[in-house]
Design a protein around this ligand. Structure first.
Ligand code: DC
Length: 227
């Protein structure tokens, strides 16, 4: 079974996808992490994002591997484990920029589809239901107001010890990222026609997780029986 979760930044996709995958024994694939790793590569090597040919040549030299340690996805960029380095706001913003480039998307979609063929997956991103896994049995589009998403991100940043920002700044960044992700030419973020809309503005994690479990049970009760 394939489960596709899409939605804007900070809507809670990865928290829920990770917990759901664990509960039903599926592999969790975080596709945003792959775009973040490529963003890091472009940043580290000072590549010109406007030069598609040079970028294509450089990307051909990149090896991106996904592994799992205690069920947690690890991302290897040219052999280096970049799982923590990709988690900064800067890497997120860079990811949003490189993800608009067609050659980058082609490379990553191929890898994501291969992971989907290998096992039962819960995959989250922006184009999973529309492009990567159009035949997924369950598609959910997560959303929440930009203020609620900013509050969640801000709390996470404070927990990490980052205090040199305000909620308003975080919200402005989220709105800019939404705009870029929804208005790019290639595979813009949008709800697939057969995706279920889930607005978590007024819901807690446990409630969203339960709603997802109910959807899985509706689509494929076998999954819950076996686990
Ligand atoms: O989910 P995230 O914040 O880690 O994603 C980082 C960026 O990567 C996001 O702004 C848009 C891009 N992305 C994408 O274009 N397609 C995906 N399937 C996943 C992420």
């Amino acid at each position: 079974m394939k489960i596709a979760i899409d939605g804007p930044a900070g809507a809670g996709k990865s928290t829920i996808a990770k917990a759901l995958a664990k509960k039903i024994g599926f592999i969790y694939v975080d596709t945003g992490a792959m775009y973040r790793a490529i963003g890091l590569f472009v940043m580290d090597n000072g590549l010109d994002m406007k030069n598609e040919e040079a970028l294509r040549a450089a990307l051909n030299q990149v090896t991106l591997d996904i592994g799992y340690a205690d069920g947690v996805q690890q991302v290897y960029l040219n052999g280096e484990n970049v799982t923590s380095r990709i988690r900064t706001e800067e890497a997120g913003s860079m990811a949003s920029k490189v993800s608009a480039i067609l050659v980058v998307r082609e490379k990553l979609v191929e890898l994501q589809q291969e992971l989907g063929r290998r096992s039962d997956v819960v995959m989250d991103g922006r184009d999973i239901g529309t492009v990567v896994l159009p035949d997924a049995e369950l598609k959910v589009y997560f959303t929440a107001s930009s203020r609620v998403r900013a509050e969640r991100r801000y709390r996470e940043l404070l927990e990490k010890g980052v205090v040199d920002t305000t909620i308003d700044e975080v919200e402005a960044d989220i709105i800019a990222r939404d705009y870029r992700d929804m208005n790019r030419e290639h595979s813009p973020l949008r709800q697939a026609e057969d995706a279920i809309l889930l607005d978590s503005s007024e819901m807690g994690i446990d409630e969203v997780l339960q709603a997802m479990m109910n959807l899985v049970a509706e689509k494929n009760p076998e999954v819950l029986k076996i686990k």
